[in-house]
Ligand binder design. Sequence first.
Ligand code: 5GP
Ligand code: ZN
Length: 327
Amino acid sequence: MVQTHTHRSGGAADISAADISPSDGASSLVRRMLDAGLLAPTGVLGLYGRSGAYQDVADGIGMMVRRWGASLGARRLHLPPVLARATFAHTNYLESFPDLMGSVHVFTGGDAEHKQLLRRVESGGDWPALLEPAEVVLASAACHGVYPLCTGTLPEEGLTFDVQSSCFRHEPSAQAARMQSFVMHEIVHVGTAQSAWDHREEGLARGIRMLEALGLSMQAVPASDPFFGRVGSVLAAGQLEEQLKIEGVTPIPGTDGVTAIMSANCHRDHFGVPFSIRTAGGDVAHSACVAFGVDRIVVALLAVHGFEPERWPFYVRAQLGLAGTEG
Ligand code: 5GP
Ligand code: ZN
């Protein structure tokens, strides 16, 4: 079983997030990570604090992706975990993945509305109903914040970004590799149909090599996004048929099947059209992204090499910039 969004079996979906705490409902891998202090529970499935040791590994992965971005002359961007609602509206995400998104709502009233809000809280009533949608939503993918920066005409060689942000997807799960809040680090290219396709192809190969160099056993598998509903299954079939999404999957010891820890995606003109991006030649721009699920990579490394990064093979620590930090 490939653990992508398309395959949600495995027990987690049967467990209600409301009546479970991660420490008793979690998969054995999550429970072991909680016991080892690598993750800190929050009371919500798939939402964790990270220990220093965990974060050091995540930072090491970030460094590896940044080296790659630098070699391409990519513009580095660290985006906030929220995205402008106007940008979100252009991504079509609500049409395709309404079940995964998260919206931010805020209090905009005066004293009278504040009193009403507090009364509603005290009576255990529906106080969120008194809030208003903010001008932001939670980011679903790091690359979404890049496209509004490309509106207009691209330079001849297109634009390449090294972009990361915390992302949110509402998928409460007891599985270690499915978090609601996780870091995504992407190398994104916006250019011609050919340069976008080439970026996807070269990025896939390079990303897989990068993860293999960390001692992970990788395989490239055509995949589809978890498009919502009946129309969604048609979209997913088309995406699969055209091989627009390829995932880099790896077995994570302690979990079933294999897990997608990266994906390489060609979007065609999906973002070029709504964000009015044109190539130097005047065509609608195409885009492609290579996305690393930083948390899934950390979880995979911990499961494969053990819970003590200071005892990992030297070549792995060296790649992550961790060699020489111990003792
Ligand atoms: P995609 O846009 O392909 O769905 O996501 C890009 C990458 O983000 C995935 O390959 C995966 O590594 C990571 N990712 C997606 N969903 C989750 C999730 O629920 N939890 C974690 N930890 N990572 C995820
Ligand atoms: Zn992306």
